[in-house]
Design a protein around this ligand. Structure first.
Ligand code: F6R
Length: 243
């Protein structure tokens, strides 16, 4: 695992966007795994700036989703599909025909999860998977004690995560879905390159457990230690508890 400490979130975004740009120059139709949440926004902004300046062409990139709410119609503004369309695909000039994601509205959610794992494999696998991290060490929606071998599956959101996400639903927790589909940790580990960005002091404990703790389900992100090509980019605040 490579750990890179950068001064701030903007520098982390720029560093990772440049790694994505280099991948796209080498492999224009690379499959990029993307996360939602606040942390990756500087990456998307920096990559968009590179596309707009002509430094890289992302029009042939393919985009794969990490997780999705269950039961929200795809066109709901807060479905992660909609969020990613707004924040990633449209700014990069990538069409929805190049988007891969699980069907959170399927009648048979288990079948939809298995179908998504198959679709990722049939697409050739994820070339670069972006990850954020929860304060409890979660990646995707794999909360502590998720199996490190888990595949894409349905998970129940903790009350805390629903409270945290209510900000996207006009502050109304009743509107936040109870369930999500998330790529499993085993699924995530199949990507060829994992890039985790963590910023802010609130992530410092989780970063220390990820990088210096034992590989253990109590900190799902510690599974990155098992991956042959994992890069953890942290700002100085998030690096504060590294030895
Ligand atoms: C979202 C996801 C989550 C977030 C994590 C951190 O797709 O996978 O694991 O990355 O909850 O969220 P932020 O970046 O908002 O602190």
């Amino acid at each position: 695992m490579e750990v890179v400490i950068v001064p701030d979130a903007a520098a982390g975004g720029e560093l990772i966007a440049e790694a994505m740009a280099q991948l796209l120059r080498r492999k224009p139709d690379a499959l990029l795994g993307v996360a939602t949440g606040s942390t990756p926004l500087p990456i998307y902004q920096a990559l968009t700036a590179k596309v707009h300046s002509g430094a890289v062409d992302a029009s042939r990139a393919r985009i794969a989703q990490l997780d999705e709410y269950v039961g929200l119609p795809a066109e709901h503004p807060e479905s992660y599909r909609s969020v990613l369309r707004r924040e990633v695909l449209e700014p990069l000039g990538v069409g929805m025909d190049a988007f891969l994601g699980p069907d959170g509205t399927a009648e048979d959610i288990q079948a939809a999860c298995a179908a998504y794992d198959r679709a990722l494999a049939e697409a050739g696998g994820v070339d670069l998977q972006l990850l954020g991290i929860g304060t409890d060490g979660h990646i995707g929606f794999n909360e502590p004690c998720s199996s490190l071998a888990s595949r894409t599956r349905i998970k129940t959101l903790t009350e805390q995560t629903r409270v945290d996400n209510a900000r996207f639903f006009e502050g109304e927790i009743e509107q936040v879905p109870h369930h999500v589909i998330t790529q499993g940790i085993g699924t995530i580990l199949e990507a060829r390159h994992l890039v985790l960005l963590a910023t802010g002091e609130g992530k410092a404990d989780a970063v220390a457990a990820t990088v210096e703790g034992p590989v253990a389900a109590v900190c799902p992100a510690s599974a990155l230690q098992l991956h042959p090509h994992a890069t953890v980019v942290v700002d100085e605040a998030a690096a504060a508890k590294l030895k």
